[in-house]
Design a protein around this ligand. Sequence first.
Ligand code: HPA
Length: 239
Amino acid sequence: MIAIVGGSGTEALYRRKEELDINTPFGKATVYLLKEDVYLLLRHGRGHKVPPHMINYKANIWALKEMGTRGIIATNAVGSLIRNVKPGSFVIPHDFLDFTKSRSFTFYDDKVVHTDMTKPYDEEVRRAIIKSAKKLNLNIVERGVYVATEGPRYETPAEIRMFRRLGGTIVGMTGVPEVVLAKEVGIKYASLCVVTNYAAGMQKRISHSEVIKLMEVKLKEVKKIIDGAIEVLLEKWKK
Ligand code: HPA
């Protein structure tokens, strides 16, 4: 089973067939059936009401695990730290830097488990996304370091300069702990990041409406990339 975890601007992406409320030890999660073996979880809830630092990441990932999810394709709207990586581009991160502050970030509070993060993002799912985007002749950046910030505010120019020095490529508010929790429960996770803006200090100002507007422009491409990637993965995993 494959799940799409849809971020900002993706609510209009799919016709949802059935709504499933799933109870977990961490609270309720809502998952939508799209077609056989393919589900959608809207990270910010219906109507984009839940801000990044209030998302119940543990309930979401636990619910998907309970349902038998093998792979997750996430979407994240991000700002770019690199001039060459322009708004409108796609980045498939291979690593992250975690600058979140207050989130519930692990399933292992009662047991000593140190999860290997040498490859936080799954190569098989990453490759499927890259293959699909290439087949569509879309320009994508195949690797990148995702800097996760706490939000809900955007970053300062000084923070962005620091992140760039540390090796960051893109910045967003929701990639961590999602990728970590997925790794902890053994779900193969990768993210299709949509660059919606240059990060703070690289353009005049940043606004949420600008982010949503660019996501809307890219939505058709996002859907095509995801659909292609799902096809690749379902075919592989059927065997
Ligand atoms: N910073 C953090 N999150 C974001 C940005 C940004 O510039 N753009 C879209 N999500």
